[in-house]
Design a protein around this ligand. Structure first.
Ligand code: MN
Length: 237
């Protein structure tokens, strides 16, 4: 039996009203790593997350819109213009259930920010205005698989174990980032300007990256262990 990995599919009224959508590379990356993606339709209230208790062996929190700042105690800054509070609440509930059941969790981009916001960390709402740096983090979305900026990994971290010690470059399209990791988490990857690019909890059962490995795995084998770990931990339960 292949491990079943929950993957939130959200409505995006600005893009495609009346549809739940998920980028295909997430689905392909989970299949390629040996898991079976289970699409979880978000919206309609966080209690729907409960229906997935017992179905899932692991959880992947994918990219998407900005997390609603009010949910982590801040007013939205002018640069935060697109949010989906239904999705935030549903994914936070999925995360809480996953932690309660000790399921492994892998967060990507917004997924990393969501883990931080949900568990008591803090975010930069908008890097260019709140933390002007030397690195371009918002590359053009038409070149999703292009490696751009460099990332340094913490020696001895799970992310280093997965990605290796060779110099690493990643793709990057985010204007937010984790400012402070939640209790029990450490930042274990950084861009050259110091912006957090990855974090993990103590036993590495919850880990996250700020870039988009799902867009890279097909061409670049180096990023595949990020997905394999989620599937392996899910299968080992
Ligand atoms: Mn970046």
């Amino acid at each position: 039996m292949r491990p079943r990995i929950g993957l939130a599919a959200a409505e995006n009224p600005a893009l495609l009203p009346g549809k739940h959508i998920i980028n295909t590379p997430y689905i392909d990356a989970i299949f390629a790593a040996g898991g079976t993606p289970v699409l979880v339709p978000v919206g309609g209230g966080p209690e729907r997350a409960r229906d997935y208790t017992g179905i899932l062996d692991g959880l992947l929190l994918p990219g998407g819109e900005d997390v609603t700042p009010n949910l982590y105690g801040e007013e939205p800054r002018p640069q935060v213009t697109y949010m989906n509070e239904d999705r935030d609440r549903m994914e936070m509930e999925l995360l809480a259930l996953a932690l309660e059941r000790r399921l492994p969790v892998f967060g990507i981009c917004r997924g990393m920010q969501l883990v931080a916001a949900a568990l008591g960390g803090a975010l930069y709402q908008d890097l260019p205005t709140q933390r002007p740096g030397s690195v371009a983090h918002s590359q053009d979305r038409s070149i999703r698989a292009q490696l751009t900026h460099r990332v340094t990994l913490a020696p001895g971290s799970v992310l280093e174990e997965l990605l290796g010690k060779e110099p690493l470059r990643v793709n990057s399209y985010h204007h937010q980032a984790v400012k402070t990791p939640p209790p029990g988490f450490q930042i274990t990857a950084w861009a050259a300007d110091g912006v957090a690019e990855g974090m993990e909890n103590q036993d590495g059962s919850v880990y996250a990256v700020q870039w988009h490995p799902e867009e890279l795995v097909e061409r670049c084998g180096r990023f595949r262990p990020l997905f394999r770990r989620l599937v392996e931990l899910a299968g080992a339960r």
